[in-house]
Design a protein around this ligand. Structure first.
Ligand SMILES: O=C(O)CCC(=O)C(=O)O
Ligand SMILES: [Fe+2]
Length: 235
């Protein structure tokens, strides 16, 4: 594995400009709370589902959304490609967690200010209004892609729980090299903003049996990404 990391202190590592990995950021208690919350969200109003792709395939990852429903390749307030139900609200506490995460990644003084990530929106408080909750079984993976349906350049906050995975973080130009392979383990935080906000990234592999059962995940990997959609309407 190539892991060209630059230590930032506090256990943080800058993988690319504006892309920061904070291993073990979530306490076991927070992991458990998030796992419980994800179980509830997966029960509805929109069920966890394999997203259907325009080419006819389906994603191996199973997803449920909060705040805004993501489908290829737009956001909607209703799950237009699943059951048409209104998406579950994005909870205020998850926004607080997102602001804490941005501050942890970019420096405690940041207090969630996007400025700290170099996103170019000086001093604006990080206000995520959408989350994708992804569940990976042992065979699931996610191809290299950009998170680009958002109209905001605020950072993406990614939280991982359960089995470890290989996370590939690339460049903004193409799916190919240069990229950095990072091992994301249970409790890890990864934030990408600023010059890395629209970098290609993906999950080529999950490592079954590497999780921490005390987090409440018996098997598989859970990942939450928090985003600012920049779309109109209260989150
Ligand atoms: O599972 C991950 O670590 C990444 C998820 C992701 O890139 C996405 O949901 O867009
Ligand atoms: Fe993504």
């Amino acid at each position: 594995m190539t892991q060209a990391l630059f230590p930032l202190g506090g256990g943080r590592a800058e993988v690319a400009p504006g892309a920061v990995h904070v291993p073990g950021w979530l306490s076991v208690e927070r992991r458990r709370e998030l796992v419980e919350a994800c179980r509830a969200w997966a029960r509805g109003p929109v069920p966890l589902r394999h997203t259907a792709l325009p080419g006819g395939g389906v994603m191996s990852v199973q997803t449920v959304c909060l705040g805004w429903h993501w489908l290829p390749y737009r956001y909607s307030r209703t799950a237009d490609d699943v059951n048409g139900a209104p998406v579950a609200p994005f909870p205020g506490w998850l926004g607080d967690l997102g602001r804490e995460a941005v501050a942890a990644a970019y420096g405690e003084g940041a207090e969630g200010e996007v400025e700290a990530g170099g996103a170019g929106t000086d001093g604006v408080r990080y206000a995520p209004d959408a989350a994708l909750v992804n569940f990976y079984d042992g065979d699931a993976r996610m191809g290299m892609h950009q998170d680009r349906e958002e109209r905001s350049s605020a950072p993406v906050v990614s939280l991982s729980i359960g089995d470890s995975c290989l996370f590939r973080f690339g460049n903004t130009e193409s799916r190919g090299r240069p990229y950095t392979d990072v091992l994301l383990e249970s409790g890890d935080l990864f934030v990408f903003g600023g010059p890395s906000r629209f970098a290609y990234h993906g999950v080529p592999k999950v490592y079954p049996g590497t999780g921490d059962p005390e987090s409440g995940m018996r098997a598989g990997r859970l990942n939450l990404t928090l985003r600012e959609t920049g779309l109109p309407g209260a989150g």
